[in-house]
Design a protein around this ligand. Structure first.
Ligand code: B12
Length: 305
């Protein structure tokens, strides 16, 4: 029987993977620098989100030759809040929960597949969507999100430097999903005008996600309307209407329920940041942090009153 490739072995573990050579680190940096030089980033947004990228081989793995990029399919989560005698289901988009578990799962698969204990894998501080697109693992949607076959945008990306030899350097031009040429569903559905008609790069400063991932003491800007809010964190509008997500949109895992008393505690601004450990654990299980409360929950419950 023919031996499975690295990619094939990862796939048989439910993971989608590609490899590129570390020789492309500068190319990856240049992609972003070019957009910055063209003035396409809001300066506050840039400073808040992008300066932490590190386009060098890590000091603790100086002989790294490969970057492995991996996507793990993940569902949306539904979280039920008991409020005013009703059970209210609210949502957390894919990719927020289980970050550490995904990293562990990927590392253990990599170790098994590449010969146990032979090579090292060190997490990258790099732009993951760009890595996925440049390796051919994903294609960009018009909404600037990375899509993989079958699972669309329902996945979590991770990447590692490794001293494993780069048997196949899959660096290539970035691709956009072919259907996006004749579709602007995401652009029309974006509640805050973050998806421009004339360019692929998102207006991060306009994206609801940037605002609702901030600590709760930061209020939403005036221009964010009450009807814009639709998830406990992040936003599902551009992914929900996307034809490429048609088959995964109903992939939802019900996880965690909060009683009236717990919901009241989350809505109590004076308790924010001082949640009990059991509540923090419950929140973490669904990819949420106490710092997002009460702001994000308040706006969602208010529209249901
Ligand atoms: C900063 C950040 C944000 C910011 C800014 C997003 C952005 N577009 O930059 C905010 C807070 C707004 C955000 C929002 C979200 N994020 Co975010 N975010 C990140 C972070 C930390 C860096 C992203 C980044 O590299 N930005 C820099 C820009 C320059 O990169 P880029 O968007 O890939 O830009 C390239 C393309 O535009 C391309 N390009 C430009 N022109 C053209 C033209 C064509 C034709 C083509 C093909 C390409 C192309 O070139 C650019 C440079 O390489 C990553 C984690 C990480 N380490 O990568 C997560 C990450 C990208 N986010 C993620 C997620 C889940 C989201 C949300 C979906 C969350 C939600 N709402 O559910 C939204 C999506 C919003 C959207 N429509 O894009 C996931 C990826 C999900 C996915 N499948 O793509 C990541 C990888 C986190 C993770 N580990 O899961 N995010």
């Amino acid at each position: 029987m023919e031996e499975l490739t690295f990619e094939g072995q990862m796939k048989s573990n439910g993971l989608f993977a590609r490899t590129i050579s570390v020789d492309h680190l500068n190319g990856l940096r240049d992609d972003i620098d070019a957009l910055r030089k063209d003035g396409l980033f809001d300066p506050e947004f840039y400073d808040d989100n992008l300066p932490w990228f590190d386009f060098r081989v890590p000091d603790d793995l100086p002989n790294a030759s490969t970057i492995v990029i991996v996507a793990k399919p993940k569902p949306m989560l539904s979280v039920t809040f008991r409020w005013n005698g009703r059970a209210i289901p609210l949502f957390v988009p894919p990719a927020y929960a289980d970050g550490k578990d995904v990293e562990k799962e990927v590392l253990s698969a990599l170790d098994r597949i590449s010969q146990p204990n032979k090579y090292r894998f060190v997490p990258v501080k790099l732009p993951l969507k760009a890595l996925a697109a440049r390796s051919g693992l994903a294609q960009y949607g018009r909404n600037n999100i990375a899509y993989i076959p079958t699972f669309g945008s329902f996945h979590r990306l991770t990447a590692f430097f490794s001293d494993m030899p780069c048997k196949e350097d899959q660096w290539q031009d970035m691709g956009m999903l072919p259907g996006c040429d004749s579709c602007n569903a995401c652009q029309i559905s974006c509640p805050t005008g973050a998806i421009p008609a004339d360019r692929m790069l998102l207006r991060g400063d306009r994206c609801l996600t940037w605002h609702n991932e901030k600590g709760s003491s930061v209020p939403f800007p005036q221009w964010v309307g009450a009807e814009a809010h639709n998830a406990l964190v992040g936003c599902m509008r551009c992914q929900r209407v996307c034809p490429y997500n048609k088959n995964v949109m109903s992939w939802m895992e019900a996880r965690e329920e909060f009683s009236e008393e717990e919901a009241a505690r989350l809505l109590d601004a004076s308790a924010a940041g001082a949640m009990s450990e059991d509540m923090a654990v419950k929140l973490r299980r669904v990819g949420l942090s106490a710092e997002l409360f009460p702001r994000n929950l308040e706006v969602l419950l208010r529209v249901r009153e």
